[in-house]
Design a protein around this ligand. Structure first.
Ligand code: AHR
Length: 512
């Protein structure tokens, strides 16, 4: 049995979690939209075609903001194709995923779906094949009350009230050669700042995110952020980050350590953004939008393989099936995001349904929760409040994480404490702890010293673990992996002591 301790004080905070930290992502990709959130004719579909079984799971998952319509898809998207009478909308070849996009679901349907799911819509504009003109027209279409060509068109399409979209992404992964009309940092920076300026002239209340690197292992990483922010600094509030964890190397300790590289990534981008501010003697703090993150590696495919399959509508691609071990890594990423609540103000789990997703569906059939559903739902429910600066004492291990994503194969050395933890005070005298035991064979006795809270009792304690780390949920056994009560948690003389199983994700809620 290992021992570890965690100490925190109610007055020592990192920052408040922004509600947008608990976001997710819907892309026109595979069966995320068609057969996922939208399936007219499904037994649970409402009259708009929204699957009510999926909506119920989305509400349970608890995302707060939803990014749309991509992703790679947005870099070739004509938003005008997705509005107006459905019978008049064109089918288009989508060069991001080599699919046919029927355009029967578009911006207005998405906003209606968001209202039904009780989430804030977040839109990305196409800065690949299109430019600032299409972007500003979309802002006018969505947010202008009326009396102009684009806003009146929205009204004629049946949406009298403006959508009031606040959060806008200026393109997607524009540093990636896989992107339609990918750009150098200066080409993108110029295009983004001009688009941002016009979009804001239409609606000064919007918030804008510039594209950061599509991964920390991109060759241009660092220089890209610096140059893009040099152009866009005055016009944007956020810079984006994307990360997908993998276990290609079949090295579980390294896979479990990989969220610690997410910590570094965040801290490096903060440093770059603050460096740009310093050069300008500016007090402005650019915040981070971690608008794609998840585990993803088994279902990555080369473009050449996709081309062979022709141009299907909503093919079942990127349908990653998540195991117990993936849920642990995913939980580690939740902890990394919480612990940077001062600068990461928005984050989107990529994605929502079927495509690298916490929710799976059968077309015409049931919907169920993948293993990664649980840590997200718990983080969204209990992660609201002030993240505390916890002092964690635990043994650590050395790992080398292999990340072949992007143009270069890289090995990242990492020294990972076995216990990874985040602590969030709820503002009513209670506190939630998110605890990941990364030791594969040893349980861990954790002593919790909560200072400045008075006497706390255990209101809720759950563990997510399974003797088979490869265990998954599926339509036949949808709850094989699910949280259970954590029994070994008790009040001791010095505080609370919890015993965590090997390879487990644990959540404690302590209240006065
Ligand atoms: O989420 C899947 C894809 O990953 C997105 O379309 C793209 O932005 C990223 O490369």
């Amino acid at each position: 049995m290992q021992t570890a301790s965690i100490m925190f004080d109610r007055d020592f905070t990192i920052g408040e979690t922004d509600p947008r930290l608990f976001g997710a992502f819907v892309e026109h990709l595979g069966r995320c939209v068609y057969g996922g959130i939208y399936e007219p004719g499904h037994p649970t579909a409402d009259k708009r075609g929204f699957r009510k079984d999926v909506l119920a799971l989305v509400r349970e998952l608890g995302p707060t903001i939803m990014r749309y319509p991509g992703g790679n898809f947005v870099s070739g998207y004509n938003w005008e194709d997705g509005v107006g009478p459905v019978k008049d909308r064109p089918a288009r070849l989508d060069l991001a995923w080599f699919s046919t996009e029927p355009n029967t679901f578009g911006t207005n349907e998405f906003v209606d779906w968001c209202r039904a799911a009780d989430v804030e819509p977040m839109l990305a504009v196409n800065l690949g094949t299109r430019d600032g003109d299409a972007a500003r027209n979309l802002v006018e279409y969505c947010n202008h009350p009326g009396g102009s060509a684009w806003s009146d068109l929205r009204i004629r399409h049946g949406w009298k009230r403006p959508h009031g979209i606040k959060f806008w992404c200026l393109g997607n992964e524009m540093d990636g050669p896989w992107q339609m009309e990918h750009k150098t940092a200066s080409e993108y920076g110029r295009k983004a700042v001009e688009a941002a300026k016009m979009m804001r002239w239409i609606d000064p209340s919007i918030e804008l995110a510039a594209c950061g690197s599509s991964g920390r292992n991109m060759p241009s990483y660092g220089r890209w952020e610096d140059e893009v922010l040099e152009h866009t600094f005055e016009q944007v509030e956020y810079i984006s980050l994307h990360t997908y964890f993998n276990n290609y190397a079949d090295d579980l300790p390294a896979f479990l350590a990989s969220p610690d590289i997410m910590d570094r990534f965040i801290e490096e981008v903060v440093a770059i953004a603050d460096g740009v501010a310093a050069r300008r003697r500016s007090h402005k703090k650019i915040m981070l939008s971690f608008d794609e993150w998840n585990v993803w590696y088994r279902t990555r495919r080369k473009r050449a393989d996709r081309v062979k399959e022709g141009w299907p509508v909503a093919p079942p691609i990127l349908e990653e099936i998540y195991s117990m071990e993936d849920a642990l890594v995913f939980g580690g990423a939740c902890i990394s995001l919480l612990n940077h609540a001062d600068r990461v103000k928005t984050a989107c789990l990529a994605q929502l349904v079927n495509v690298i997703a916490p929710i799976m569906t059968q077309t015409g059939g049931p919907a169920w929760r993948q293993t990664i559903f649980w840590p997200f739902a718990q983080m969204s429910r209990l992660g609201r409040g002030a993240v505390l600066r916890a002092k964690v004492d635990s043994k650590s291990y050395s790992a080398s994480y292999y990340d072949p994503r992007g143009p270069q194969d890289l090995h990242f050395p990492v020294e990972a404490p076995y216990l990874k933890a985040a602590v969030v005070a709820d503002g009513e005298g209670g506190v939630s702890l998110f605890l990941l035991n990364r030791h594969l064979t040893e349980a861990m006795k954790v002593s919790i010293d909560a200072r400045g809270f008075g006497k706390l009792g255990v209101k809720e304690a759950t563990e997510l673990q399974h003797k088979d780390l490869k265990a998954v949920n599926d339509s036949k056994n949808p709850l094989r992996v699910q949280p259970a009560a954590l029994k070994d948690v008790r009040a001791a003389r010095q505080g609370i002591v919890a015993e965590l199983k090997p390879a487990s994700w644990n959540v404690l809620r302590l209240t006065p």
